[in-house]
Unconditional design. Structure first.
Length: 318
């Protein structure tokens, strides 16, 4: 919409202003003080760098620089964690940040790993490579979209539903950093690529399944002395490992996180007996369908409260 320009100093596009779908006036960033503007833009700056790193990984994968492409996925994971941390730290979470973060994650943890698997291991079989890459991208998109629209007032913030997209991308990244060649073991023809296929299919399936994975938000946003000490210790250990043996360290961290889900299920009875009910995931409740409107999903019980998803949650997870 257009409005007459205010008298005085004129700026480019000063006669234009944004209007929300409800007709409410939208405050432009240039109307805010510089300090407030920097506070609101800080998380989006990390998200934009995450997107840039993901795109760079795609371009390097096409050029055959697989190690560097995998390293940039690791950089994207760090930036994705950072933007959520900064957003909560400065109190700048917003629906815009949620959508921008999901779009950046689709590039860094959807497109980049799909292209990397395609070019690293399956380039000899174009159809198989295309199927594996598309399957990964589709599962990643579904995972991110489901996170954005899922309404679950009873959800435990300690857990993610499905493998987070950065965690899935970390499996591909760690595998490429740790292995000199994608082909080993028995098999001829396309069966030589049995391991890269597992690496591309299994994490993709875990992204769209409803298996719960720990979010470890207490470690990423420590509030007590104990959690701060644990976070510092883990950060130092992982940092030292990445310097000394990057491939092995990445492999242990990525595959270890994936294994937390099945191990958590198997050890739940023992942990509940020893440490109480808070040590295990609470019983899950059915949530509204992500495909059907609420009034067309009779199998879902009505809820009295609707909670908006935390825009920063996917960042320590998407």
């Amino acid at each position: 919409m257009t409005t007459p320009a205010a008298p005085g100093r004129r700026r480019i596009l000063a006669r234009w202003r944004l209007v929300s779908p409800t007709g409410a006036r939208v405050v432009s960033l240039r109307q805010l003080p510089k300090r407030e503007r920097a506070r609101l833009l800080a998380p989006s700056a990390f998200t934009t760098l995450n997107m840039m790193s993901g795109l760079s990984s795609v371009l390097l994968a096409f050029r055959g620089s697989f190690t560097m492409a995998a390293s940039l996925i690791a950089v994207s994971i760090v930036l994705d964690i950072a933007d959520g941390f900064v957003a909560r730290l400065v109190g700048a979470t917003s629906p815009f940040g949620l959508q921008l973060d999901s779009l950046a994650d689709l590039i860094s943890f959807g497109l980049a790993p799909a292209v990397l698997i395609h070019t690293w291991a399956l380039d000899e079989w174009p159809v198989l490579a295309w199927l594996a890459a598309f399957f990964w991208l589709a599962c990643s998109a579904f995972r991110l979209a489901r996170f954005n629209v899922t309404i679950d007032p009873l959800a435990d913030k300690r857990y993610f539903v499905g493998l987070p997209s950065p965690g899935a991308a970390a499996v591909v990244m760690a595998t490429i950093l740790a292995l000199d060649s994608p082909f080993f073991g028995p098999g001829t023809g396309p069966w030589r690529a049995w391991f890269p296929l597992l690496v591309s299919v299994v994490p993709a399936l875990l992204m769209v399944m409803t298996v719960r994975f720990r979010s470890f938000r207490a470690l990423l946003s420590p509030r007590t002395t104990t959690t701060r000490l644990a976070t510092a210790t883990m950060a130092l250990a992982v940092g030292a490992g990445l310097v000394l043996t990057p491939g092995l360290t990445a492999l242990v961290v990525a595959y270890g996180y994936v294994l937390t889900a099945p191990l958590g299920v198997l050890t739940a009875p023992v942990r509940q007996r020893l440490f109480g009910t808070d040590a295990v995931a609470p019983p899950r409740t059915r949530i509204p369908s992500v495909f059907l409107p609420l009034d067309e999903d009779p199998g879902v019980e009505e809820v009295d409260e609707v909670v908006v998803a935390d825009p920063a949650a996917e960042s320590v997870e998407s």
